[in-house]
Ligand binder design. Structure first.
Ligand code: AMP
Length: 215
């Protein structure tokens, strides 16, 4: 199964991709996570990406495309994958087609997460991420057992710098301008499935699994 999760920042793509990839036993490729990892390790890619991420703008297409191409070609992705946060531009979507063609693979479905803007902002402003592992929480909706501490590994929880109010506005604008044209792009290819992103994490996951093509 090869899936793309599409939608504005904060709609729950990452959380749902994490759950669905475990359930379907396929890989999750999150370009945001890969880039943040590069930033944390101060790789040359990370250092280049950081300036864009801090401003809430997109990292240049060629950088993320190279990253995804490498990942898709790795053994862990042979059984399938969920792309979370990629593609984000039409050029990235065209490149993805090319990468898949090289492997003689098709995309099975594009899940388009739909959520009202005020709820997106509530989710982003309350989001807290573990400073060590990939776990993500929300101060109201998915609180950790101990305030500010990760349930999984005990490390301290932090707010992503790009989840701060000033940057959120810019990320949402960038989404509208550069990423939302992909809705029509994938609709035309008859790959788009619209997913209601409201409600509890488990409810959304149930709806999502029901929308997947039968294996
Ligand atoms: P995310 O965790 O998906 O919200 O991504 C965080 C930030 O990483 C974005 O605001 C961008 O600066 C960068 N980023 C992630 N994925 C992409 C992509 N496909 N294209 C360009 N920039 C990206």
């Amino acid at each position: 199964m090869r899936l793309v999760f599409l939608g504005a920042p904060g709609v729950g793509k990452g959380t749902q991709a994490e759950m669905a990839s475990a359930k379907l036993a396929i890989s999750k490729i999150s370009t945001g996570d890969l880039l943040r990892d590069g930033v944390a390790k101060k790789t040359s890619l990370g250092l280049e990406a950081k300036q864009y991420m801090d401003q809430g703008t997109l990292v240049p297409d060629d950088v993320v495309i190279r990253l995804v191409e490498e990942k898709i070609g790795s053994a862990e992705c042979e059984k399938g994958f969920i792309l979370d946060g990629f593609p984000r531009t039409v050029l990235q979507a065209d490149s993805l087609l090319g990468i898949l063609q090289k492997h003689r693979w098709d995309l099975d479905r594009v899940m388009y997460f739909v959520l009202p803007r005020d709820e997106v902002i509530r989710r982003l402003s309350g989001r807290r991420s573990c400073s060590k592992c990939p776990a993500v929480y929300h101060v109201d909706y998915v609180p950790p057992r101990r305030d500010g501490v990760c349930d999984e590994c005990g490390a301290v929880l932090v707010q992503r710098s790009d989840d701060k109010k000033e940057t959120v506005e810019s990320r949402l604008r960038v989404y509208e301008e550069q990423t939302s044209p992909l809705i029509a792009y994938y609709k035309e290819k008859r790959l788009l499935a619209e997913l209601d992103g409201t409600g509890r994490v488990e409810e959304v996951q149930e709806r999502l699994l029901a929308l997947l093509p039968r294996a």
